[in-house]
Design a protein around this ligand. Structure first.
Ligand code: AMP
Length: 467
């Protein structure tokens, strides 16, 4: 997500920032600008580079704009679910872009529908639009507070009104959101790498539960939500999701990953001839591992960068295809050697099984795997796309069984304790539910009939994981 307030090239800047945030969503993208009190919007399926052309950006005139890249964690991969959402309310025009998952969206939607609301998407974010439109508060900022007070779970969002840019983070602070400045204009972005690209300065990260309103060149900060029992910044942003050149509120992502690799080497040393990263996600941890243990680092597997991240495509057939064409080993480097492969996580185990076979075929003498995070045992309900519990290989198998399934000589995961010790140095408390099953916000019963509303035909059913 990105937002720009008060810049003559607002839509153009949003477009550039979305380029830098493309890793956060590759299914669809959209930009909405506000001109003369009228929202102008362009949304489409696909990558940012395919969706926007110069004439399209020119049409999105105005000094204020917001943008969004999406992958589906709730609601299907459909154009109607592409954001930003725009609407006209009796308090004026509004556009909204949301990152995160609302855990009570189903209940809210049922309630809204029973009082006559008609939904045009299957996305949980549309619930917020309806709450905004129905709120009895007088202006859109107050309406947003009203709407968000009813929402549970993860939301970092940006909202555009006739004259203001509003940004808010949920009180647990699950997803990142940063405030920046450029030439006297204000920006908000999910990650700092987007601000870097356009030469904007990072002003500061929004606090959990903070809302900022940029209007007529000034920014007002509010704390409209009650403080929860704990903060819960997503640790997986550090481990995998955010770009390594971004700084999250606790520090630089690259360094954090490298430190995970060092810890991993101390916990699970290996006797080998080289440390090989699974590009790109495993690189910083592999470097940390190699430095700590004193075994050379070799990029002996090359990645084709023109294939999207396997996981982001929701259809199983595409996912398998992606893994097959994504990596290629260099036999000249591997033949007769003992290799330690380092990656950030194992989800289904598909990638590593294919890579281990590829390494053997390339002549590796031994193949060891080290993972710079604990076993992924529970799905995320707060905005990271993950399969259901039964599809997570570590939810039902021991480390030994996983090692056998992926056919490697040894396997070591970072301990939860090690991760938590490192995370203790971060500025805010974190969420590690995917590794610990400890969910900071309770999840509503997943097997209710209402679930069907949020599932399009190509989405898998959940297996009833109530923490
Ligand atoms: P799998 O082949 O299912 O075990 O997936 C493992 C690969 O997916 C690793 O290389 C991870 O870096 C990557 N990965 C982990 N979590 C996600 C996610 N939520 N979205 C996309 N890729 C992921």
């Amino acid at each position: 997500m990105v937002g720009v307030h008060g810049h003559p090239e607002a839509a153009n800047l949003v477009y550039l920032c979305l380029y830098a945030l493309q890793h956060r969503g590759q299914e669809s993208a959209g930009i909405c600008s506000m001109r003369g009190g009228k929202p102008l919007v362009h949304r489409a399926m696909g990558l940012v580079s395919d969706i926007f052309s110069e004439p399209t950006i020119r049409r999105l005139a105005g000094r204020h704009a917001i943008g969004h890249v999406r992958y589906s964690t709730s609601g299907g991969s459909l154009l109607q679910n592409a954001q930003p959402f725009c609407a006209n309310t009796d308090a004026g025009p509004v556009a909204l872009a949301h990152n995160g998952n609302l855990v009570n969206a189903r209940g809210l939607r049922r309630e809204l529908e029973s009082s006559g609301a008609i939904f045009s998407t299957t996305s949980d974010s549309e619930v917020l639009m309806h709450l905004l439109a129905r709120s009895r508060e007088k202006n859109l900022e107050e309406r947003l507070v009203d709407a968000l007070s009813r929402a549970r779970g993860a939301f970092s969002l940006v909202m555009l009104t006739r004259d203001a840019l509003v940004a808010a983070r949920d009180p647990h602070g699950f997803r990142p959101l940063v405030l920046g400045r450029l030439d006297g204009s204000w920006l908000v972005s999910s990650e700092t790498c987007a601000l870097d690209l356009i030469g904007a300065e990072v002003e500061r990260h929004l606090d959990p539960g903070e809302m900022v309103v940029a209007r007529r060149g000034r920014v007002l900060s509010l704390r409209p939500f009650p403080k929860p029992a704990r903060e819960a910044f997503c640790i997986f942003e550090y481990i995998y999701f955010a770009r390594p050149d971004s700084n999250l509120e606790g520090g630089n992502v690259y360094y954090f990953r490298k430190e995970l690799g060092r810890l991993l080497a101390r916990e699970h040393p290996a006797q080998a001839d080289m440390v090989v990263p699974l590009l790109d996600s495993g690189s910083p941890a592999a470097l940390g591992y190699s430095e700590e243990i004193g075994i050379p680092f070799e990029t002996a597997i090359i990645r084709n960068h023109f294939v999207g991240r396997t996981f982001i495509e929701p259809a199983q057939s595409i996912r398998d295809f992606g893994v097959k064409i994504k990596h290629n080993a260099i036999p000249e480097v591997i033949k007769g050697r003992r290799v330690v492969l380092v990656d950030d996580s194992i989800v289904r185990g598909t990638t590593l099984l294919k890579i281990s076979k590829m390494m053997r075929a390339a002549g590796a003498r031994e193949v060891h795997v080290r993972i710079s995070a604990p076993p992924t045992v529970s799905p995320c309900h707060y905005g990271i796309d993950m399969p259901t519990r039964s599809e997570l290989i570590a939810s039902s198998r021991s480390v030994r069984e996983i090692r056998e399934a992926i056919q490697v000589d040894s396997l070591g995961y970072l301990s939860l304790e090690g991760l938590r010790n490192l995370a203790a140095s971060l500025k805010h408390g974190h969420c590690d539910a995917c590794f610990s099953n400890d969910y900071p916000v309770p999840i509503s019963a997943p097997n209710s009939p209402q679930l069907a509303l949020f599932r399009s035909v190509n989405e898998p059913a959940t297996d009833g994981e109530t923490p």
